[in-house]
Write a protein that binds this ligand. Structure first.
Ligand code: LRH
Ligand code: MN
Ligand code: MN
Length: 394
């Protein structure tokens, strides 16, 4: 592939940012507030727009309802307008079906029909927000599950899940997609109602063609081969998108590509393989990270750069030579083709790609001296926020 083709492919891979990654977050052991951090939906959009301004590849920001809400007197149409004025748009709408006290025993799987009704109403409310903001994605993650054998009937919970999600599905705009995310464990520990890609996949099959599986890289057991899941979902036409992040132990939500960049490269290799062998499969590429000790905007910029690095290296794989090696059964030769690409220094081509679209060659360096960011951080420490309510349930 020519350098020009690689640069074009890199420019065409949009990476969505999570609003919740710009607000103060913590672990269950505590939080360490960052001075000047985003405090409401406006400020989260401002910070997401900064990441887009510096990288040129983050045109949308996902929102989480009700962590993100317009203030009194404002509507979602106003928020979408504000996002536009900042140079970004509203991306995936994420219903929050896990923090309300009513959801203690589950939301759409809850044995109480009144609570399921409330969960469905929230799905419908989020489908409305899609229509008003122009979002095409309703992104579902549930905390539903049980902690003890016998706590609830697993088979009945599955039927409730399908019935309730079907109502949310029907409420979406005609061109909307439902992304069904899975997670092995946490907060439920005995069983999780959407535990793995197979569970999500079969639920999507029941819902309809516009329901697809969302792969959050932090939601698997140790040593799970995520690229295999990706290849399988592409083959089945059900890969809906990603929540990228990195992990060591559990759902750590760390900077993607920081601990295991080779795994990220292998995921992109399958994404390219699953498409035309030239560019990555068209799907929703999103970050799902909540930074606790690192600076939020910096961490998000680095995450974008890490995704681009993995993609650039995967684009360099000599696929014709690889196919030859594979057919010849040359195990080491085939593996060497991947390693060659992975070990290539892609920093120059990434810098050139950014400069071509008028962005800094080194976005992190530019961020360190960005006057607007410094001014906003200082102002937020003295002025009240425009709206109330921030971040990860803070
Ligand atoms: C759950 C999850 C899901 C939520 C987000 C905040 O662990 O990955 O995507 O919406 O974190
Ligand atoms: Mn996620
Ligand atoms: Mn997660």
């Amino acid at each position: 592939m020519s350098q020009e083709q690689i640069r074009a492919a890199l420019r065409a891979l949009p990476i969505e940012l999570p609003s919740w990654g710009f607000a103060n977050a913590g672990t269950r052991f505590g939080a360490f507030p960052e001075p000047g951090v985003a405090r409401d939906i406006y400020e989260k959009i401002e910070d997401a727009a900064t990441v887009h301004r510096l990288t040129g590849v983050c045109p949308t920001v996902a929102v989480h309802i009700p962590w993100d809400l317009p203030p009194a007197g404002k509507t979602w149409a106003d928020i979408a307008e504000f996002a536009k004025s900042e140079g970004v748009a509203i991306g995936a709408i994420n219903p929050n079906l896990f923090q309300d006290h009513d959801y203690k025993l589950g939301s759409v799987c809850n044995p109480d029909p009144a609570i399921r009704k409330k969960a469905v109403a929230h799905l419908k409310e989020c489908a409305e927000i899609m229509k008003v903001t122009g979002s095409k994605l309703l992104s579902i993650w549930l905390a539903d599950g049980t902690n003890y054998p016998g706590q609830d009937d697993i088979k009945s919970r599955r039927q409730r899940l399908i019935d309730c999600l079907a109502e949310g599905y029907a409420a979406m705009p005609d061109d909307g997609e439902m992304l069904v995310e899975y997670k092995l464990f946490e907060p439920a520990f005995y069983h999780t109602d959407l535990a793995d890609w197979g569970t999500s996949f079969t639920v999507c099959q029941k819902l309809g063609e516009r329901a697809k599986v969302l792969v959050d890289t932090g939601h698997h057991g140790h040593y799970t081969n995520i690229e295999f899941i990706v290849a399988t979902l592409i083959a089945e036409g059900r890969l809906g998108g990603f929540h990228f992040n990195d992990r060591r132990y559990a759902d750590d939500d760390l900077i993607v590509g920081s601990a295991n960049p080779y795994a990220l490269f292998c995921i992109f290799h399958e994404l390219i393989n699953g498409n035309d062998g030239k560019t990555a499969f068209q799907t929703a590429y999103m970050l799902d990270q909540s930074h606790v000790v690192e600076k939020k905007i910096e961490a998000m910029v680095l995450s974008v750069l890490n995704v681009q690095t993995a993609y650039a290296k995967a684009l360099l794989v000599d696929r014709a030579a690889l196919a030859e090696m594979q057919v010849a059964g040359d195990v080491m030769g085939a593996h060497a083709i991947l390693r060659d690409a992975y070990e290539t220094d892609v920093r120059p081509i990434l810098a050139a790609t950014r400069e071509e679209i008028g962005r800094p060659a080194d976005p992190l360096k530019a961020l360190a001296t960005d006057a607007l960011v410094a001014e906003r951080r200082a102002r937020r420490q003295v002025e009240p926020a425009r709206a109330s309510g921030a971040g990860l349930g803070a």
